[in-house]
Design a protein around this ligand. Structure first.
Ligand code: AMP
Length: 335
C-alpha cells in the first residue's frame, strides 16, 4: 500500500528525466492508467508506455477507466488494455498515471492510487496538482505523448512502429493536427522522428479526421445552425442533451469536435459546450483561441485543463449548469 505521508514527494515542474532503470522496473508489478473520457493523447500515451514496458518488465497492466471511443479502437494493441474494475483487487508496486491533471480525473478508478506503493505522475496540464510521489509535469509539452517519447529515448527503450503510431496519434490529437499553439518546434521534431520509426500517420489521420459517421456529419450542420452567441458575440454556447443525441443517432464520443467547430467561427473567442450526462450531472468543455484563459474558468467549476482547452463536471442539470456558466462568463469577459 502507498504510504502517503512517509513518501518524499519530488515536485518538478518540467523536464524531470525519470530513470526507469533506477526504479528497478524489471522486477516490479506495474500499472499504467489514464483519465476518464479518454482521448487520443491519454490512450496513445498509455499504450505507448505500456507496450514499451512490456518488452522490459515481468508484470505490466495497461488500465483504462472508461470505455474506449470507436474512433480510437484502431490504436495498436488497444484490445490488450484492461478495464480497471476487472483488476480492482490487484496491488501494484508502481502505477504510472498519465495525462491526468488530478486524482478526481481517474473517476471510479481512483482506488488504484491507494493500491499502489508508488505513483508516477506524468502529464502536461497546467492545472496538474502534483499528486504523485514522482511528478514529471511539463505544461510546455504539446501532449503527454511528447513527454513519453522523451522518456523512452532517455531510457534507451526501442520505439517500435506500434509505439510510434500510438505516440503520433496522441500528438496529433492534442495539437488539433498541429494547429494549436501548443505545437512547438520540438513537437514537429518528435513527429518527424516518429515517422522515421514507422508511425502510421495516414491511419491516424483517417481515424481521427476522415471517418465521421453520417449522423455525426449531419449533427455538425445542426450545431452550426443552432448555437447561441453570448457576451456581445464573443462566446458561442451549445447544449447537447441526451434527447438530441438520440435524435441524430450519435454517441457523445462521435461528436467531440463540437467545441472546436464553434470556436473556429470568426469573432468567437470562447466556445462552451454543455453535455448532459444525466438529470444531475453536466460535463462542460471550454475552448478559446485568444488570450482568454479557459483553465481558470473551468477551475471555477472544479475542473481544469489547459489555457485554451479545459473541462469541468457540474453537478446540476444541464439548463441550470448553462445558467451558472453564462453568469460566470459575463463576469469574466467584462474584466
Ligand atoms: P474536454 O473538453 O473534455 O475535451 O477536455 C479538455 C481538456 O480539459 C483536456 O485536456 C482534459 O484533460 C481537461 N479536462 C476536462 N475535464 C476536466 C476536469 N473535470 N478536470 C480537470 N481537467 C479536465
Amino acid at each position: 500500500m502507498r504510504k502517503k505521508t512517509a513518501m518524499k514527494r519530488e515536485i518538478v515542474m518540467k523536464n524531470l528525466k525519470i530513470n526507469l532503470w533506477d526504479l528497478d522496473i524489471t522486477n516490479k508489478k506495474l500499472a499504467v492508467i489514464s483519465h476518464v473520457n479518454p482521448d487520443a493523447d491519454s490512450l496513445g500515451s498509455i499504450m505507448a508506455l505500456g507496450l514499451a514496458l512490456q518488452k522490459n518488465c515481468q508484470s505490466i497492466t495497461i488500465c483504462v477507466c472508461d470505455h474506449i471511443p470507436n474512433a480510437l479502437s484502431f490504436l495498436p494493441f488497444i484490445n490488450t488494455a484492461t478495464n480497471y474494475h476487472l483488476t480492482e483487487s490487484t496491488q501494484y508496486d508502481i502505477c504510472f498515471v498519465l495525462d491526468c491533471a488530478d486524482e478526481k480525473r481517474l473517476g471510479e478508478s481512483q482506488g488504484i492510487l491507494d493500491k499502489s506503493h508508488q505513483i508516477i505522475n506524468i502529464d502536461h496540464h497546467v492545472s496538474n496538482g502534483f499528486f504523485g510521489d514522482i511528478n514529471s509535469v511539463n505544461p510546455h509539452a504539446s501532449s503527454t505523448s511528447e513527454i513519453i517519447y522523451e522518456l523512452l529515448i532517455d531510457n534507451n527503450i526501442t520505439i517500435t512502429p506500434d509505439i510510434a503510431t500510438c505516440l503520433y496519434a496522441g500528438i496529433v490529437g492534442d495539437t488539433g493536427n498541429f494547429l494549436y499553439d501548443n505545437t512547438s518546434a520540438q513537437t514537429h521534431y518528435i513527429a518527424g522522428r516518429l515517422k522515421e520509426y514507422d508511425a502510421q500517420s495516414q491511419l491516424v489521420s483517417y481515424h481521427l479526421y476522415q471517418n465521421k459517421s453520417l449522423g455525426s456529419a449531419k449533427f455538425q450542420g445542426y450545431v452550426l445552425s443552432q448555437f447561441e452567441s453570448l457576451c456581445g458575440g464573443k462566446v458561442a454556447i451549445f447544449s447537447i442533451t441526451l434527447e438530441l443525441l438520440q435524435k441524430f443517432n450519435v454517441s457523445i464520443d462521435d461528436i467531440d469536435y463540437v467545441s472546436s467547430i464553434i470556436r473556429d467561427i470568426e469573432g468567437i473567442e470562447v466556445a462552451v459546450v454543455l453535455k448532459e450526462v444525466d438529470s444531475e450531472v453536466t460535463k462542460v468543455s471550454f475552448r478559446s483561441k485568444c488570450d482568454f484563459d479557459v483553465n481558470q474558468l473551468a477551475q471555477k467549476f472544479g475542473g481544469g485543463g489547459h489555457i485554451k482547452a479545459s473541462g469541468a463536471t457540474i453537478f446540476h442539470e444541464i439548463e441550470q449548469a448553462k445558467k451558472m456558466v453564462q453568469k460566470q462568463l459575463e463576469i469574466e469577459i467584462r474584466r
